[in-house]
Design a protein around this ligand. Structure first.
Ligand SMILES: N[C@@H](CCC(=O)N[C@@H](CS)C(=O)NCC(=O)O)C(=O)O
Length: 247
């Protein structure tokens, strides 16, 4: 049995981190038996981040490493894809190395949203200490976002930077219910949680409102989220046919 160490659910998402949601997708798609163990503190994890899995006494951290581990046991997340379509890796990088940071800034960088994030993610820290401890964490994180680059852009500039990514995703969704056809692939496991996380962010930030107002993106997110509640529908070993998204 594989144990997924994950952040707890929040804001209607099965896990607070889109990378943890991705790991849940991959575990479900792999057909492996797994259980979750919620954690609030990743500091004792090999990469000081979540998700991680524990299996046979070994801890494997990072969702990409989790993917590689599941593939080493026979999972084939991109089974139906041609060699050309396996360029879907680029969508994964776009989601994880770009859209994700929009998510981070929407949550940690917006003064109106931050108090909700603080009191949700760090509820276990006693109130008198919470502001002080989380204030330092927030400052460090926002410094990191300046280094990354997006943290130097205004919310409007960030929205303009995000737009072509959303267009690329939408263009794919005109072709079928998932990014690469009728069945979910690893690209959906990364892209859908990032979009869902942005849409689920408290407040009315520009990126959230852009996604929440896009019918096709919302149908895609909803479709994917429903599947997380019904893993048998998208277990790659199952023959169940999913409902078309854009019929
Ligand atoms: N590349 C990693 C990214 C994981 C990640 O960034 N996790 C964040 C949550 S979204 C985390 O654990 N942050 C805790 C911290 O930085 O202290 C993966 O794919 O698993």
């Amino acid at each position: 049995m594989i144990t997924l160490i994950t952040f707890a659910p929040s804001f209607g998402q099965i896990a607070a981190s889109p990378f943890c949601v991705k790991a849940i997708w991959l575990l479900n798609m792999s057909g492996e038996d797994w259980q979750r163990e919620d954690s609030t503190d990743p500091r004792n994890m090999p990469k000081q981040k979540l998700p991680a899995i524990r299996v046979d006494g070994q801890v494997i951290a990072d969702s990409d490493n989790i993917r590689a581990f599941l593939e080493s046991r026979g999972a084939d997340f991109d089974g139906g894809l041609s060699e050309m379509e396996k360029g879907s890796r680029a969508f994964i990088r776009m989601a994880e190395e770009h859209i994700y940071f929009h998510n981070v800034l929407a949550r940690w960088g917006d003064d109106d949203v931050w108090p909700v994030i603080r009191d949700t993610y760090f509820a276990q820290i006693p109130k008198p200490l919470r502001g002080f401890i989380t204030g330092k964490l927030r400052k460090n994180l926002l410094t990191g976002m300046k280094t990354q680059g997006l943290g130097r852009l205004s919310a409007q500039e960030r929205l303009e930077r995000l737009e072509p990514d959303l267009q690329a995703i939408t263009t794919r969704l005109w072709q079928g219910p998932f990014l690469f056809g009728d069945m979910p692939t690893a690209a959906d496991a990364s892209v859908a949680p990032m979009l869902a996380g942005l849409r689920a962010t408290p407040g009315n930030g520009l990126a959230k409102m852009r996604i929440a107002g896009d019918r096709m993106l919302c149908r895609y997110i909803d479709h994917c989220q429903n599947m997380l509640d019904m893993p048998q529908v998208y277990d790659v070993t199952s023959t169940a046919v999913s409902e078309p998204l854009c019929a």
